[in-house]
Write a protein that binds this ligand. Structure first.
Ligand code: SAM
Length: 250
């Protein structure tokens, strides 16, 4: 891996700390891959591609790290967009799920993928120009270590009403996602790019796949799951906020 440093152990979230296969399991990974393949989140990928291109304008061979990359849907999109624009990118992805990474490596054979934790990245200091984090754990200190001064960090979080109509089916009293602007040591805030649109899922398989890739999968009462399972069609708003940070000079 890019400027690799020796890694002797990998840290995991507390709930999967002792699992032999931490992170998203085979079923979750397959559900997310199928859902993403249908293009429902293509506008988010497009927005990431545009921001990465903008941040790479003066770089011939930008080095990208996608932390918590999952199956590499966004990693591959950003890499290909950079290639199409005439750059000679290098892309790396880390995730604690080996199932996700197997798919990522197939999706982007040119990429360098490693099973590792975001809290202990297998990269040398200041070795990346771009770092992305899409719906996965944030480790500001590690991100600041591996990103070079002036490098760009893109952090994607759900908006207040992301999947609102699905939540209305699942819960009697749905809550909005908390929206906050958190400053991180070592980074300066540049801007927030909102992505908002609506999707219609017109088969129960896609509705189930979407549900499985959300955190609600773990914490929905049985009645909510049954109500969602009974649906043949679901239209829901989706919303992402892309927080753009610049790594401060050392
Ligand atoms: C919601 S998924 C997002 C995956 C991918 N970024 C996407 O949007 O398609 C969260 C990912 O974070 C991974 N993950 C969870 N804890 C992690 C950690 N401590 N370090 C690295 N990856 C982690 C999971 O295995 C999973 O692939």
């Amino acid at each position: 891996m890019i400027g690799r440093r020796r890694v002797t152990s990998t840290s995991c979230p507390p709930n999967r700390m002792h699992s032999k296969a931490p992170g998203d399991d085979r079923e979750m990974v397959a559900a997310r891959a199928a859902f993403l393949e249908r293009g429902y989140y293509a506008p988010l990928r497009q927005a990431l591609e545009e921001l990465v291109l903008e941040a790479s304008a003066h770089l011939e061979g930008p080095v990208l790290l996608d932390s918590g990359c999952g199956e590499g849907y966004y990693t591959a999109g950003m890499f290909r967009a950079l290639e199409r624009a005439g750059h000679r990118p290098r892309a790396a992805g880390i995730d604690i799920s080996k199932y996700a990474l197997r798919r990522a490596a197939k999706r982007l054979p040119e990429g360098e993928f490693a099973v590792a934790s975001a809290y202990r990245l297998p990269l040398a200091d200041a070795s990346a120009d771009l770092l992305t984090n899409v719906f996965s754990p944030l480790s500001a200190e590690e991100f600041a270590r591996v990103l070079r001064p002036g490098g760009t960090f893109l952090y994607v979080v759900p908006s207040a009403r992301h999947l609102w109509e699905m939540k209305q089916v699942l819960y009697s009293q749905p809550y909005e996602n908390p929206v906050k602007e958190t400053p991180y040591t070592g980074f300066s805030y540049q801007r927030i790019v909102p992505v908002r649109y609506e999707i219609t899922l017109d088969c129960p398989e896609d509705i189930r796949a979407l549900f499985q890739m959300t955190p609600y999968c773990w914490k929905t009462p049985r009645e909510g799951v049954e109500a969602l399972s009974a649906l043949k069609r679901l239209t829901t708003q989706v919303g992402f906020d892309l927080h753009v940070f610049r790594r401060s000079p050392a």
